[in-house]
Design a protein. Structure first.
Ligand SMILES: Nc1nc2c(ncn2[C@@H]2O[C@H](COP(=O)(O)OP(=O)(O)OP(=O)(O)O)[C@@H](O)[C@H]2O)c(=O)[nH]1
Ligand SMILES: [Mg+2]
Ligand SMILES: [Zn+2]
Length: 275
């Protein structure tokens, strides 16, 4: 059955999916009849934790405070998303919780990311930046990712008042060690589909090979054509253009530090977990 209308159908997955490693996930395109999902069409990409398929764009939600802004977390999200060839959009939420000085300092650092990515500043309290989302989702499958309590569901509620998603005070959420949003679900907003997610609780890199990391740091990738060695990891290699630009002050120091930390982490992962 082909149905591109907005009618929803409640379907069961065919029993055969139990015996294959495949099961339908949010974002899948499927062939179905009156009762069953018969077939899952080829996926453009698949994220595992949480399971989502065919994602075009990931909106990374980072709060200014509560929880505190973390460049480490941002770089980790960017790696995971770049690795799946998904376009990242960086959103900085809760700008109302920073004073002018703090926000100015953060924006100064974020200018580095603006060379490569779209960066949007928002607040659900004073509605800063919410206009910028009007044309962002159109004809795309988008997902909201980010730490628990960063304000993903709150922002979606402001963008579409009909959603009425559950949100909760961060202290409570973190105290329980649980996410307020428990599952991923897609909503139609501004002509596109958007999935609210329970963040990515385990931001691990078991699916990423060490040698693929340098190219997923787009800023380093751009500079790497002038590194002496092809496949330069920008660590101790001689005549490395990334190290040179870092010394020249053209790379955000935290960005390079996080890159090294992530590489170390991937190296120390047990091979049995590696793909
Ligand atoms: N001051 C301020 N608080 C906000 C803003 N956005 C969200 N909050 C608050 O932050 C808390 C957490 O927001 P949620 O929207 O539930 O966070 P979430 O990212 O969906 O969290 P999970 O579902 O657990 O992943 C709530 O108490 C919100 O009211 C904002 O722009 N400013
Ligand atoms: Mg939520
Ligand atoms: Zn290099």
């Amino acid at each position: 059955m082909r149905d591109e209308s907005n009618i929803s159908h409640e379907l069961k997955a065919r029993g055969k999916f139990r015996h294959t490693n495949e099961s339908p996930v949010v974002g899948d395109r499927v062939i179905f009849d009156e009762k069953f999902i018969q077939e899952i069409l080829e996926r453009k990409n698949i994220l595992n934790r949480p399971p989502l398929a065919n994602v075009d764009q990931t909106i990374i939600i980072n709060s200014c405070k509560e929880p505190d802004f973390s460049f480490n977390l941002l770089d980790r999200f960017l790696l995971l998303i770049e690795h799946e060839n998904i376009t990242p959009i960086i959103v900085v939420t809760k700008t109302d919780l920073m004073n002018e000085e703090e926000l100015k300092e953060l924006k100064e650092k974020m200018k580095y990311y603006e060379k490569y990515y779209r960066v949007i500043y928002t607040s659900t309290i004073d509605l800063t930046g919410t206009e910028e989302f009007k044309y962002l989702f159109k004809d795309k499958i988008n997902i909201f990712a980010g730490q628990t309590g960063a304000g993903k569901s709150s922002l979606l509620n402001v963008l579409d008042i009909n959603l009425d998603l559950k949100t909760d005070k961060i202290s409570k959420a973190l105290g329980r060690g649980k996410h307020t949003t428990r599952h991923s679900e897609m909503y139609e907003i501004f002509g596109g589909l958007v999935a609210d997610t329970p963040g990515f609780s385990k931001l691990d890199f078991f699916d990423i090979k060490e040698e693929n990391v340098p190219d997923c740091f787009v800023d380093f990738f751009e500079l790497s054509s002038e590194c002496k060695f092809r496949g330069c990891a920008h660590l101790d290699e001689p005549k490395c253009n990334v190290k040179k630009e870092l010394e020249n002050g053209n790379i955000l120091p935290s960005r390079y530090r996080n890159y090294k930390l992530i590489l170390e982490e991937i190296k120390s992962q047990k091979p049995m977990y590696r793909k």
